[in-house]
Write a protein that binds this ligand. Structure first.
Ligand code: COD
Ligand code: ATP
Length: 178
């Protein structure tokens, strides 16, 4: 049996933390940011032509500030990103697909888990990771199409609380999937 769980949510809400929990339970893990990076370098000539640079940070500044530039980048990368996703999920098994922009990418899943938390906490956690407030603001703005869907995990509290909540969800999932 094949079962695809998509973990979605805005930047810094805790998608990787949640996905890693399930990966440690033995689910196959796919990260769409990583697939995006792979396709980015495969399409590097096209990228250079479009943006005049191959530097990801410079391109981030351009596209996260300008929806029409972001659209050009997405049109270049998304079709191949989806191809890789479908190739990597061909076999039977339970998959965790981490994708902030699940809906924009058009990813189909058997279950969606949305991770969310307050903006204040997003800023705190990401600034601890060295991200600038202005960039976080811009990314949150272009992520306004990410909505709560499926199972919603509020990740405002500690990692211990998150882990307890995930154990509960895992117990239910185990019964459903097996
Ligand atoms: C713009 C790029 C070059 C910036 O690269 P950089 O290494 O600086 O940042 P990184 O990839 O880690 O992304 C930073 C944050 O922005 C989010 N993000 C990335 N792309 C998008 C997008 N198209 N829409 C909304 N959020 C996005 C990421 O999930 C992450 O939280 C890169 O993000 C990119 O190529 N994006 C387009 C591919 C894509 O849509 N990826 C999202 C997969 S969920
Ligand atoms: N409940 C929590 N308590 C404290 N720190 C947390 C909690 N959840 C996640 N974090 C931390 O917050 C940061 C962001 O979490 P994570 O990387 O999982 O988010 P993300 O949604 O995957 O981010 P991105 O969109 O950048 O990929 C990380 O440093 C992580 O360790």
């Amino acid at each position: 049996m094949k079962f695809i769980i998509c973990v979605t949510g805005k930047i810094g809400t805790g998608k990787t933390t949640v996905s890693t929990f399930f990966k440690n339970k033995g689910f196959k893990y796919i990260n769409m940011d990583e697939i995006g990076k792979k396709v980015f370098y495969e399409k590097i000539n096209k990228i250079k032509n479009l943006f005049g640079t191959e530097n990801r940070k410079e391109i981030a500044k351009i596209v996260f500030d300008n929806p029409s530039e972001l659209k050009k980048l997405e049109e270049t990368l998304h079709p191949d990103m989806l191809k890789y996703l479908y190739e990597r999920t061909k076999d039977e098994g339970t998959y965790i697909v981490e994708a902030a922009i699940k809906r924009r990418l058009g990813i189909k899943s058997d279950l969606t888990i949305t991770v969310s938390c307050s903006k204040k906490i997003i800023y705190e956690r990401l600034q601890n990771r060295g991200l600038k407030k202005e960039l976080i603001e811009k990314i949150l703005e272009i992520q306004s199409d990410i909505i709560d869907e499926g199972i919603i995990i509020r990740n405002d509290a500690s990692l211990e609380v998150l882990s307890e909540n995930l154990e509960k969800i895992y117990k239910i999932l185990e019964k459903t999937i097996k």
